[in-house]
Design a protein around this ligand. Structure first.
Ligand code: SF4
Length: 210
C-alpha cells in the first residue's frame, strides 16, 4: 500500500492536465484536502445530475467557497428530470453521469478518484493506479490514492483536519448519491446498500469502455 500523499505526488509529477471528480461525500472531500495541499488549482469535476439532495448542493457551494475550489459543474447535454422513472436508472445514469463525465475526462490525462476497495464488491480489485479507456479510444490514468483506506480512516482524517462533512451523514446515510436513488442503508453491514435500493452497484462512471 502506497501512502496516499506519495501516490499523489508521484501521479502529479508527470501529469499535464490532472483533475479530480467529487460527489462531495466524505472520501471525496478528504482526497480534495490532500490534493489542494500540492495543487491548489486542480480542477474539481462535479456532476450535476438534476437529482441531487438540496443539502449536497448547499454543502458543495459552502466547501467551494471555503476552500476556493476550481470547481467545474458538468451537466447532461439534454437533462431530463425523472428519467430514472420514465425509462430506467441505467438510461438516467448514462445521460446525467456517464456521458458528461467521459466527455470532460477526454481533456485530462490523470483522473483522481476517492474510490475505496472496501466500499463494494464491485470495487474489491481496484488498483491505486490503472489505465482507464474512454469511449473515444483515449486511455487516461485513473488514480485512487485512498484505495486501501477504510471508512474509519476517512473519518479519522476528516476529524484530525477539522473538515466538516455533508450533514446527511448525521441523518444515517452512509453512501450518498442522487436523492431518488439513495436511502438509508438496507443492510447495516453494507454502506452502499442504500444506493438504487440494492438493485445495482455502480452508475457506470467507473466502468471503462470496451
Ligand atoms: S443515480 Fe438515479 S437520479 Fe442519479 S443519474 Fe442515476 S438514475 Fe438518475
Amino acid at each position: 500500500m502506497t501512502n496516499p500523499r506519495d501516490l499523489i505526488a508521484e501521479a502529479l509529477r508527470d501529469a499535464t492536465a490532472p483533475c479530480l471528480t467529487s460527489s462531495f461525500q466524505a472520501e471525496c472531500v478528504v482526497l480534495t484536502h490532500m490534493l489542494l495541499a500540492v495543487r491548489a488549482d486542480i480542477p474539481v469535476l462535479f456532476l450535476d445530475t438534476c437529482h441531487h439532495f438540496a443539502e449536497t448542493l448547499a454543502y458543495r457551494d459552502e466547501m467551494t467557497r471555503r476552500w476556493g475550489l476550481n470547481l467545474t459543474t458538468l451537466r447532461a447535454a439534454e437533462p431530463r428530470v425523472g428519467l430514472y422513472q420514465i425509462e430506467s436508472t441505467d438510461a438516467c445514469c448514462a445521460r446525467h453521469k456517464v456521458e458528461p463525465l467521459f466527455s470532460a475526462l477526454a481533456g485530462h490525462d490523470v483522473w483522481f478518484t476517492a474510490l475505496r476497495r472496501d466500499q463494494s464488491a464491485s470495487r474489491a480489485t481496484l488498483q491505486e493506479v490503472e489505465p482507464f479507456r474512454l469511449p473515444d479510444g483515449q486511455t487516461i490514468r485513473r488514480v485512487s490514492p485512498l484505495a486501501a483506506w477504510t471508512a474509519k480512516d476517512v473519518w479519522a482524517y476528516a476529524r484530525q483536519h477539522d473538515i466538516p462533512l455533508l450533514p446527511l451523514y448525521d441523518r444515517g446515510y452512509t453512501s450518498i448519491g442522487c436523492e431518488p436513488c439513495t436511502s438509508l442503508p438496507l443492510d447495516p453491514s453494507n454502506p452502499r446498500s442504500g444506493r438504487w435500493a440494492g438493485q445495482k452497484l455502480e452508475c457506470g462512471i467507473h466502468i471503462q469502455a470496451k
